[in-house]
Write a protein that binds this ligand. Structure first.
Ligand code: URP
Ligand code: ZN
Ligand code: ZN
Ligand code: ZN
Length: 520
């Protein structure tokens, strides 16, 4: 049976328009090397009405079915990009990609689900912001998507109640917290703790931007006083330990309130190591590096060309230490980091130019929704650091499990959504002039990749093949995500039963003493 996440409240799941299903609602993919996170095997996949109906050798199917020969190629679950920002206004600039151009780019790269963010400002209603984002994504998105709602402040009785409603009625099972962007989005420790407590209560996962905003603010002022105004100042205001400190702090707070935590855009060796250290302390923590951190580096901030350097400005910054990429890949391979996102948050060069005289005004963000799979394959699978099963785990399965979409997404099996990618040799050089994003710069410019998506199927429809994209605007669905994913919350609920020790010193009721680990 298909696992269809539901929430306690009512949800209006958008129906796929009928015309999408009529012409090519039945597809047979023959003889591919099916890759799941736990196995590779040769089989056919039969798809009907957006769902995988069968997986097995030599399937017998009805006549008139569109057949694709995948002999010699891999067939992967469609990628899940755990981190995108489409149609966002951030640092006074509007992203170049909306949900139409952004999801087209995603599909062209083999990603069939994006996890985006509802950005809110202090004083705004979280629910109103969510509805606004829905109105700008429904009807435009060409692939399925989910939202995480940003919590920019914690007002007792208001924020917690809105979080409640979002989880119970609107299919939200994750909230984003910022420890950076002082005075705008940054939460102080007591607010972080309040949000973590509420998340634990709801079974919703906090996803955290971990950088120390106060120190960054101090460093920015210091560097500007020294006359440093260019993008190199962005890097120097946010050293690795500023990222690692925040990882240590948030994992400590999360562990103390017994809440799992997910660190977005892990962009340094120090931050990745801080995650490992947190896990050694017993924290339930997940880590997401991004394509840019695997396929680019922070030496570009010193480039003489301002546009080139500013094009790489994102937070946390890419690191000039060129061994960072390999370190992050090794940690993905060993299971210390679990997913990969793109943090696709693209600003045109003209918008980046807001920070021409002041690096702290350069809108933060880079591309990657289209390149994510190809970059990881090139940098990690080709050199033998990851095998194809691990690649699938990192690019889709783990995300589906963590965000409670498994096995509807992230797996090629009977009953799962028919989101899949035929993957094989496709040597080309990444260039901004050929990419599908509306952005005019590509941080992977000039990178040679050898493999890529040959055919992409989203909700049972061929949306990308050798003739290019065949998307239908608005065919992507908002995916409501239920809270309490058992992959995270089972152990948390068990931990909740461990009570603190109380020593009874009046000698009367020793039998009633509760000792840890003796509860049922
Ligand atoms: O620089 C970045 N990462 N821009 C997008 C917003 C965020 O912090 O994720
Ligand atoms: Zn962030
Ligand atoms: Zn340049
Ligand atoms: Zn982001």
């Amino acid at each position: 049976a298909v696992s269809q996440p539901t929430t306690n409240g009512t949800l209006s799941l958008k129906k796929i328009p009928i015309h999408l299903q009529s012409s090519q609602n039945r597809v047979l993919i023959k003889n591919g090397k099916i890759v799941n996170d736990d196995a590779i095997f040769k089989a056919d996949i039969y798809v009907e009405d957006g769902i995988i109906k069968d997986v097995g050798p030599h399937l017998i199917v009805p006549g008139g079915v569109k057949t694709i020969d995948a002999n010699g190629f891999f067939v992967l679950p469609g990628g899940i990009d755990t981190h995108t920002h489409m149609n966002a206004t951030f640092m006074n600039a509007k992203t170049a990609d909306d949900f139409y151009s952004g999801t087209r780019a995603a599909l062209a790269g083999g990603t069939t689900t994006i996890m985006d963010f509802v950005l809110t400002e202090k004083g705004q209603s979280l629910i109103e912001s969510f509805k606004k984002y829905r109105s700008q994504s429904d009807g435009l998105a060409c692939c399925d998507y989910t939202f995480r709602v940003v919590i920019p402040e914690f007002i007792k009785g208001k924020t917690d109640s809105e979080m409640d409603t979002l989880v119970r009625e609107h299919g939200i099972n994750s909230f984003k917290l910022f420890m950076a962007y002082k005075d705008v989005l940054m939460l102080r420790d007591d607010d972080l703790i309040n949000v973590l407590i509420k998340c634990r209560q709801l079974g919703a996962l906090p996803v955290v931007h971990a950088e120390n905003g106060d120190i960054i603010d101090y460093n920015i002022r210091k560097l500007k006083n020294m006359g440093i105004t260019g993008p190199e100042g962005h890097l120097q205001s946010r050293p690795e330990e500023v990222e690692a400190e925040a990882v240590t702090r948030i994992t400590t707070m999360a562990n103390q309130v017994n809440c799992p935590v997910y660190i977005v855009h892990v962009n340094s060796k120090s931050a990745a190591d801080a995650i490992v250290e947190a896990r050694k302390r017993g924290c339930l923590v997940y880590g997401e590096p991004i394509a840019a951190g695997i396929g680019s580096d922070g030496t570009h901030y010193f480039n003489k060309c301002w546009q080139h350097a500013a094009g790489h400005v994102m937070s946390p910054p890419l690191r000039p230490d060129r061994s960072t990429s390999e370190h992050l890949i090794n940690m993905l391979a060993s299971g210390q980091l679990q997913t990969i996102g793109s943090d696709h948050c693209v600003f045109k060069t003209a918008d980046k130019a807001r920070g021409m005289k002041d690096f702290s005004m350069i809108p933060n963000g880079v591309n990657g929704v289209e390149e994510r799979l190809m970059i990881l394959w090139e940098k990690a699978v080709r050199p033998g650091k990851l095998d194809p099963r691990q690649f699938v785990a990192i690019t889709s399965t783990n995300a589906a499990k963590i965000f409670n979409l498994y096995p509807r997404k992230g797996r090629l099996a009977k009953g799962s959504d028919a989101d899949l990618v035929i993957w094989g040799p496709k040597p080309h050089v990444i260039r901004a002039e050929n990419h599908n994003s509306n952005g005019d710069f590509n941080i992977f410019e000039g990178t040679q990749v050898s493999f890529g998506p040959l055919v992409v199927i989203s909700n049972g429809r061929v949306v990308f093949d050798e003739n290019g994209l065949h998307v239908v605007q608005g065919s992507g669905r908002f995916l409501p995500c239920a809270p309490n994913s058992s992959f995270l919350w089972h152990s948390i609920r068990d931990r909740e039963r461990t009570l603190p020790i109380r020593i009874d010193r009046d000698g009367k009721d020793e039998q009633q003493q509760q000792q840890p680990n003796q509860q049922q």
